[in-house]
Design a protein around this ligand. Structure first.
Ligand SMILES: [Zn+2]
Length: 601
């Protein structure tokens, strides 16, 4: 039994969910207003027999206690795991504690001092020249405690030993690595060091930039109890007060961008250390700022990857906002929703370069930042060739994912803007979007899509029964971890197809991280263990692409039939399933067709 199964066996989903919503009994299930979107009529179902929840409204999704707690409490998987484990009285191998975190802060502090000394020493000449060439002044070097790791294997180890620090603490902090034979070495060598502070000014990790041709150019402390890159905002502890005071947080990507901003007195600037905002980052800023401005390199603005990352930031942003929104309904009248804006920088200039050469221009660009959709709509239209058949439909589909999450009034404005950009009448655009809704309004003469024939799938009931380990899920994951180039084929698969919590989280991580190495460095220990098991699974030498498609087909079918089963319970709801649910059913059917083609190749 996996740890999550153990926890699930000891907790009842009704106990986990009920503090967040008021459940009413309804047949064999319970219903409530969905805690994750605003609604007046319940479309949120909890099924105690299956120990699962499902929203048949705008969320069109569901899951187990882990996914519920992750959403409701806004937690990463690791934190949800620790919280529920504690509640269930299940012991996890590595629980964080105060003593340990103090030890890590303290050894990180010592390391930062050492790195600073190296930078200011004779050895640091080249690194100081580099900083001078980037116009980083001495004061900023000191404020941000910039340093240099020496070009040797034991510089830091020696220093820490002399100053009485414990080797285990240095290892736990990710500063020192330990080999199988117990030999140790400095993790950071010959790199410019950027200490990363938490909101209270403790050093929780380091970012490090290569000074030669080493790759990758930037590395950072691997995930530790203390340090999770995804929940970190660089320079937040310097920016905290100013963000609160101005109500605006400006988000740049790199360390140097944030440092340049602070040097020039723009103190409401933080760096995201990645391209897309994470839930945790948005939540941290949410309590400080009403306006988020993402400073974007214009070279990337029309790029697919940038749009994906903006889309992801947008969803995260909306999720966090709507959750707060629901939680604060009583004070809704005084509540102004925060805005996510995009500031497009001039071609070829990152924030660092722009701030240092033309601060006035930086100020006006930030002041003129556009709300995300006002930026994305023209950017998406510009990069598409409207002469290609279906390109308009494609744009509409892409943007529907963003626009549909707004309230009615804003939706209308943005559809109008899009119609204008595409050069089509708004009525035509609306007709294409509204067809699903209209059919529902006409009544039920045609069977609704979730009951149509193509969704009738036969799945042996064995596959639905809970098992200790799920062979199909694990086979698919083994193929993916051993053949990362196949991850693209699996990307459209909804992680909810994976029933086992560990598998689902691992799959989510697989499609989020660029490489397995980065994934391994960052995921929670329980997932790392599962990963090594999957990496050593025996696989045939050929036919893996087909085998993967075959597994994914079965998982999609299983999920689809499970969702239909859940939907039977919606008879007890006052409403038919939402348009989002219908769309999801269609999407799944389409996906199953694609996969079947792939697996018959
Ligand atoms: Zn919902």
């Amino acid at each position: 039994m996996s740890v999550t199964d153990d926890i699930k066996a000891k907790l009842d989903i009704l106990d986990v969910v009920s503090p967040h919503v008021s459940l009413q009994k309804s047949g064999r299930t319970f219903k409530a207003n969905c805690p994750f979107h605003t609604e007046k009529t319940p479309s949120f179902i909890v099924n105690p027999e299956r120990q699962s929840w499902h929203c048949f409204g705008a969320c069109a999704t569901g899951g187990d206690i882990f996914s519920f707690v992750m959403r409701a409490e806004n937690l990463q998987f690791g934190d949800a795991l620790r919280m529920l484990a504690q509640r269930a009285g299940v012991e996890l191998s590595s629980a964080p504690n105060r003593e340990q975190s103090n030890a890590i802060h303290s050894v990180n502090n010592a390391a930062a001092t050492y790195f600073q000394e190296v930078l200011e020493s004779e050895t640091g000449g080249q690194a100081r020249e580099y900083l001078d060439s980037r116009s980083v002044r001495r004061q900023a070097r000191q404020d941000f405690k910039l340093g240099l790791s020496a070009d040797r294997w034991d510089g830091l180890i020696q220093y820490l030993r002399t100053h009485g620090y414990k080797r285990e603490d240095a290892i736990a902090a990710g500063l020192v690595r330990e080999g199988e034979n117990g030999q140790v070495w400095d993790f950071f060598r010959n790199r410019l060091m950027f200490p990363i502070f938490d909101r209270n000014g403790n050093i929780i990790g380091f970012g490090a930039r290569a000074l030669d041709d080493s790759t990758p150019k930037y590395i950072n402390t691997a995930q530790t109890e203390m340090f999770d890159k995804r929940s970190t905002l660089y320079a937040l502890h310097f920016a905290n007060a100013e963000i609160r005071q101005t109500g605006t947080a400006v988000i740049v990507e790199g360390y140097m961008d944030a440092i340049a901003a602070h040097e020039h007195g723009y103190k409401n600037v933080v760096a995201s250390m990645g391209t897309a905002l994470t839930e945790n980052q948005v939540s941290q800023l949410r309590s400080l700022a009403r306006e988020f401005v993402l400073a974007l390199d214009p070279d990337d603005a029309g790029q697919e990857a940038t749009l994906r990352s903006l889309e992801s930031s947008w969803h995260v942003f909306r999720d966090v906002i709507s959750r707060r929104n629901t939680a604060n309904q009583s004070v809704l009248n005084q509540w102004t929703p925060p805005v996510l804006k995009i500031a497009a920088l001039p071609a070829g200039l990152d924030p660092d370069a722009l701030i240092r050469t033309d601060p006035t221009r930086w100020e006006s660009i930030i002041a003129e930042a556009l709300p995300l959709l006002d930026f994305v709509i023209p950017a998406l239209v510009r990069r598409s060739d409207l002469n290609v058949p279906d390109s308009r439909a494609h744009i509409v589909r892409e943007l529907a994912r963003l626009i549909n999450r707004l309230d009615d009034m804003d939706q209308h404005d943005y559809w109008a803007k899009l119609a204008d950009e595409l050069g089509v009448p708004l009525e035509a655009l609306q007709a294409s979007i509204a067809s699903v809704g209209n059919r529902r309004a006409r009544g039920r003469r045609n069977p609704p899509p979730w009951q149509s024939e193509e969704t009738q799938v036969d799945v042996s009931s064995n596959a639905l029964r809970a098992q200790d380990s799920d062979p199909i899920e694990e086979h698919a994951l083994s193929i993916l971890v051993q053949n990362p180039d196949l991850v693209e084929n699996a990307r459209p698969t909804n992680p909810d197809c994976f029933r086992e919590t560990e598998n689902r989280e691992l799959f989510t991580a697989l499609i989020s991280y660029p490489t397995i190495e980065e994934l391994r460095a960052e995921v929670d220990q329980i997932l790392a263990e599962r990963l090594s098991r999957l990496e050593s699974a025996d696989l045939p030498g050929t036919g893996l692409e087909r085998a993967l498609a075959h597994c994914l087909t079965r998982l999609e079918r299983r999920r689809s039939s499970y969702n239909q089963e859940m939907m039977l319970h919606t008879e007890e709801l006052a409403l038919p399933p939402s348009r989002e649910v219908e769309d999801e059913v269609k999407r799944v059917n389409q996906r199953i067709k694609e996969l079947e083609i792939m697996s018959s190749r």
